[in-house]
Structure formats: C-alpha cells, structure tokens
Design a protein around this ligand. Sequence first.
Ligand code: SF4
Length: 100
Amino acid sequence: MILEEKFSNFNVLTWFITSKCNFNCHYCFATSETRSKLKEKPEISLVDIERGFDSFKDNWIIHITGGEPFIKRDFIPICDIISKNSLLSINTNGCILINV
Ligand code: SF4
C-alpha cells in the first residue's frame, strides 16, 4: 500500500513495506483486516524495487512503515536502493537490533 502527499517542496511517498511485526499491539493498523489482505500479496523483488525507485530523483522523501520494517527480507539492500536518489525515513518500534 502506498500513499503520496505533498510536503513543503518535497513529495512524500509512504510505503507500507510489510504487515508483519514482532509485536501484536491490539490497537495496530497493521493487525487489522488490512494486514490479512496484505499477507496474500506476493513480495516484490529487489530488481523490481530498484527499477521502480530508479525514476525517483530529487525532492522525494520515502517514508517506510509497516508492520515492523526491519522484519522485511532484504530491508537493508532496499534502504540502499531508495537512499541513492531520495531521502529516507523509517517508522520502527526500535526493538530489532541489526547492524545498520
Ligand atoms: S507495527 Fe507498531 S503498533 Fe503495530 S504491532 Fe508492530 S509495534 Fe505494535
């Protein structure tokens, strides 16, 4: 699921990169009906992600949320791809420690 909005001089794209999370908060959007619908969708490949974000040049902020983004397979390579051309922000619960 992707949302776009204008933010000052930047375009902001919010990417719900995964509905999976290491928590199961009762109030969570990601645990709602939306989550089960998202689970049915196949994961996008790194090649397709790179192809998609290649057209994003200046003035883009890519905001990644979930679920817990750090659970997503290949999350760090995905961040590398996005940050080549865009500013990157990540919404995380901060409870998964990995080398970033
Ligand atoms: S995404 Fe956030 S609110 Fe939802 S279950 Fe995970 S930690 Fe809780």
